[in-house]
Design a protein around this ligand. Structure first.
Ligand SMILES: C[S@@+](CC[C@H](N)C(=O)[O-])C[C@H]1O[C@@H](n2cnc3c(N)ncnc32)[C@H](O)[C@@H]1O
Length: 240
């Protein structure tokens, strides 16, 4: 795949379990790829700032936290939901790292681990955490975050929620570490059930395995791209 927006660089600060919290069964996502997908989505809404970003299968919030660190000036609201309570609790901790309080607490934990075990991995994690702390110091703290539990395959999952997402990016379950908890034609159900939180011009990126079909008449496909074993599709609501 040709990367149009995100250059190859060293993303090891973002390695899961280093500074970001990790839990059993929690997946992560290639950093360069998710930033590329985000920038492509952004290009369809005219690169405006103040973006509200939502992931309805947020797991441990890896993808959202990465995007929060890489795009502090553009994203004003980050929202994640997941069916699995322990996953979205980790997401809340990871998203907390975007703020001084969260990263300072993490630096404290890593210092303690390093003092106790004297491992180079803890020292490297501390260095990464200090780089994150530096990013946080320099940016104006305007991003808000929110996490909640929701079964996105349930018809009323997002009814009566007051937010509207400009961009939805989600990496749906694909069966190895995490499976869909629910019914058939899951991506179709997800796309239907996120409608209450979309605006007319919202952009939705769905990442999945190549085998998972996305075929929903009420959405228009803007892009479809295979990347290794994965693919992503970028969609918007079809005009009536
Ligand atoms: C591939 S993981 C997503 C990882 C996430 N993007 C991250 O960055 O950490 C898929 C997630 O979908 C969640 N999931 C499975 N069935 C679901 C459902 N019916 N509603 C909402 N989330 C669901 C799983 O709990 C899992 O956390």
């Amino acid at each position: 795949m040709e990367y149009r927006y995100c250059e190859r660089t060293n993303f090891e600060d973002f390695s899961s379990g280093r500074v970001f919290y990790h839990g059993a069964g929690i997946t992560n996502f290639p950093v360069r790829l998710v930033q590329e997908i985000f920038c492509r989505c952004l290009s369809y809404i005219g690169n405006r700032g103040e973006v509200c970003l939502y992931d309805p299968c947020c797991g441990g919030g890896y993808l959202l936290t990465v995007l929060g660190f890489l795009n502090p000036e553009l994203i004003s609201m980050i929202i994640g939901s997941d069916i699995n309570k322990s996953a979205f609790e980790i997401a809340a901790k990871n998203l907390g790292l975007l703020f001084a309080e969260g990263i300072d607490a993490r630096i404290g934990e890593l210092r303690e681990l390093h003092n106790k075990y004297n491992k180079s991995s803890h020292l490297e994690a501390l260095e990464s955490a200090n780089r994150f702390a530096y990013i946080i110091q320099r940016r104006s703290l305007k991003t808000k975050v929110r996490t909640f539990q929701a079964d996105i395959l349930a018809d009323n999952a997002l009814k009566n929620l007051e937010f509207k997402a400009d961009i939805v990016i989600t990496d749906v379950p694909y069966g190895n570490l995490v499976s869909w908890e629910g019914q058939d034609n899951m991506i179709g159900a997800l796309l239907r059930n996120i409608r209450p939180v979309l605006k007319r011009d919202s952009i939705v990126a769905v990442c999945s395995t190549k085998r998972q079909k996305i075929n929903v008449a009420s959405y228009l496909r803007l892009e479809k791209q295979g990347v290794g074993k994965r693919k992503f599709e970028i969609l918007r609501i079809a005009e009536n």
